[in-house]
Design a protein around this ligand. Structure first.
Ligand code: PLP
Length: 380
């Protein structure tokens, strides 16, 4: 099977599974229990927290474990919702993941003014528009580090500075960035950032919220109530196997040879060029002129709905847009945000490579793709 849907999720690495194994039975204790077994679980959580912090270029106490990026992002927006209302504006980009867009919509339902800043035709936030949108009335700016559908990389540091100059908080959805480009909480100057372990060869259902200065510097009421875990910001019994797995995945990332990402972008470029050479004007590559994640290639095939290709292509797993949007019947919002007509959204295909991809797999994929297009054209 050619699994070319890495932006949806990645397999859990064998080393990660191995690291998690003891925490299902042998060391299964509750990390908050005072006895020896509990202290061992707590110790494993502390080790994992250090590994995650190192990977994010943050301090361990700034890492709050959650069930994943959706929860992390919701915590930020719910926190603001519960706070005394001194500022009414929230600024996001028009190409955010639904975790951000829907959270922003929630605030809108409660009287906030939400500004969705447009992006350039190549999928990068329009900085002039952002500068105009971020006013003294802005409470929160939330922009992703890299887009999940087309892989474009956003100028997070400049946005963080604009937000801070206006006295607003800055949240970054860094889910797709981690493992595919340099990530640094220190350099990005963000206040909050959301992460999911399953995008970096870790387990599903575990992630983190970076909070600058740690939970004691959280500026708003706590949205979740329960035990005092994670500084009271994310109460509930800790998912020790998941946390250990997240830590192990981060350790693997730190040890990975630096040239891996370069190799990945060479293979992606080869795939892109091969498809462009064959289909020429019949395909549009999205985000091509912008800095992009090295594993992501997203295209629109004129006249062929993506679902036909996805269902017919042999042995190859690719997706129409983000996995989270694929339930909804509407086409990806990214296509219209980039200025294309809405109907082309149904023709958008995302190919996202795992780090282990080989040139033989890419060549096989090109053959399968070509065969699928041929078959679809024959039947349409
Ligand atoms: N943000 C981005 C950019 C994503 O790609 C995803 C998942 O695809 C999420 C947020 C949500 O992550 P999760 O489903 O792990 O909560």
């Amino acid at each position: 099977m050619l699994y070319f849907d890495a932006n949806a999720t990645t397999p859990c690495a064998p080393e990660v599974q191995e690291a998690m194994r003891p925490f299902w039975d042998g060391t299964f204790a509750n990390a908050s229990s005072p006895h020896r077994a509990g202290r061992m679980a707590a110790q494993a959580v502390a080790v994992a927290r250090r590994a995650v912090a190192e990977c994010l270029d943050a301090r361990p106490q700034e890492v709050v474990f959650t069930s994943g990026a959706t929860e992390s992002t919701n915590l930020v927006f719910w926190g603001l919702l519960l706070a005394p209302r001194t500022r009414r504006r929230v600024v996001v980009s028009s190409i955010e993941h639904k975790a951000v867009l829907e959270s922003a919509a929630l605030l809108e339902e409660h009287g906030f003014q939400v500004i969705r800043v447009p992006v350039t035709p190549d999928g990068v936030v329009d900085m002039d528009m952002a500068a105009r949108a971020i006013t003294d009335d802005t409470a929160l700016v939330s922009v992703q580090a890299a887009n999940n559908e087309i892989g474009t990389i956003q100028p997070v540091l400049q946005l963080a500075r604009l937000a801070h100059q206006a006295g607003a908080f800055f949240h970054v959805d860094a889910v797709q960035a981690l493992g595919k480009m340099p990530v640094s909480m220190r350099d990005w100057e963000c206040d909050f950032a959301s992460f999911s372990a399953h995008k970096i060869y870790g387990p599903k259902g575990i992630g983190a919220l970076f909070v600058r200065g740690g939970p004691q510097r959280w500026p708003w009421p706590h949205p979740l109530r329960g035990g005092g875990q994670e500084g009271g910001l994310r109460p509930g019994t800790l998912n020790v196997p998941g946390i250990v797995g997240f830590g192990a995945a981060c350790t693997l990332l730190q040890r990975r040879p630096a040239e891996n990402l370069n190799r990945l972008s060479i293979l992606r470029d080869f795939l892109e060029k091969s498809l462009k050479d064959i289909y020429q004007e019949d395909i549009i590559i999205l985000g091509k002129a912008s800095p992009r994640l090295p594993n992501t290639l997203t295209l629109i095939i004129k006249d062929i709905p993506a679902e036909f290709i996805i269902s017919i292509i042999k042995n190859s797993m690719i997706s129409a847009s983000s996995a989270c949007s694929s339930d909804s019947k509407s086409a990806s919002h990214i296509v219209t945000a980039l200025g294309y007509r809405e109907s082309l959204g149904k023709n958008m295909l995302r190919i996202s490579l795992l780090e282990s991809v080989t040139s033989t797999e890419i060549k096989n994929f090109i053959d399968n793709f070509h065969e699928a297009i041929f078959l679809v054209k024959d039947t349409v």
